[in-house]
Write a protein that binds this ligand. Sequence first.
Ligand SMILES: *Cc1c(COP(=O)(O)O)cnc(C)c1O
Length: 379
Amino acid sequence: MYENIVSFIQDTFQTKEFIPLHEPKFSGNEKLYLNECIDSTFVSSVGVFVDRVEEAIASYVGVKYAIAMSNGTSALHIALLLADVTKNDEVITQALTFVATPNAISYCNAQPIFLDVDLDTMSLSPNALDSFLQKNCKVQNNSCINKTTNKTIKAAVVMHTFGHSARVDELKTICDKWNIELIEDAAESLGSFYKKKHTGTFAKLGIFSFNGNKIITSGGGGVLVTDDVLLAKRAKHLSTTAKIAHPYEYEHDEIGYNYRMPNLNAALLLAQIEQLNNFRNSKRLLSKLYSKFFSQIDDIVYIQELKNSESNYWLQALLLPSKEKRDEFLSFMNQRGIMCRPIWKLISTLDMYKHAQCDSLENSFYLQDRIVNIPSSVR
Ligand SMILES: *Cc1c(COP(=O)(O)O)cnc(C)c1O
């Protein structure tokens, strides 16, 4: 019954072989820069490619500073530390996200609170945030106190799901009113803009990931972005073992982390950054093809970008009418070599997070049962 969908995807990717969900593409200067990097012997955490990558990302997204790190999760961990998230603090985030988001909160020994997402953005809902805060919280001595636990809510992390922007300006306004630091987990949304501004740059702190499955990759890597010079300096300090610069002495002034991106990975990444706009255009074209095709198919909704936004369409997504139909679809497509996956299970249902405070999560449960991703690689 989904036979026509199989044919359409095979035609679109011009193959009858297995079609992966998302594969990286190395069609530029990757080998050139990698050879240059190896010949220089600077393959580790210091080198010109790291500097060039930091400049290129800062300029692409339109911020003053970018600090390259070993992966997106470590960049998010550092962002939370910079927001002064410590033991016994609480951090609000969405239940519908990849597990790295709450894990980074846990690395700070803080507790996550899981709130609902909007149906159209699949990202943290301003309405859910506002009503949770009004119902459960008070501002005291410039801090947001959760009346249920008596703990301080230091930060909120919004994640731009599959590259589609959250209503991040509204979230920022609410967070400012309640003295909560907003952080953007923009791991999936490099190349996505909301109201002409790049995602990850609305909050004081944002992060991107360059894992192998993202729109561009360094093999493994991430970056923290900010306009604040002091936060940028502190991010670099904390992610490089808190070493005080000195020609030969070992001097460290606090417990830091070894979260620096190796120069070798930065060499690969620089070549990928050069192709980012091409990859983005290819994904946006694919989205037009899918959107047109699925508009003729009953019962299946193709997920579009918000008005006022330009998505990178990192992972293409469909909404199926029910969990049963979703399961049928997944099994049918995967059996025919078209790789499709369901969206994540809600984090609040995982063993290690099931005791966390939540709201109703009505939209999150609805989407959890119905959203699938379909092949999304750059063609
Ligand atoms: C990919 C991703 C990350 C970071 O992943 P790393 O593999 O650590 O680079 C964080 N959050 C979300 C939502 C992601 O999709």
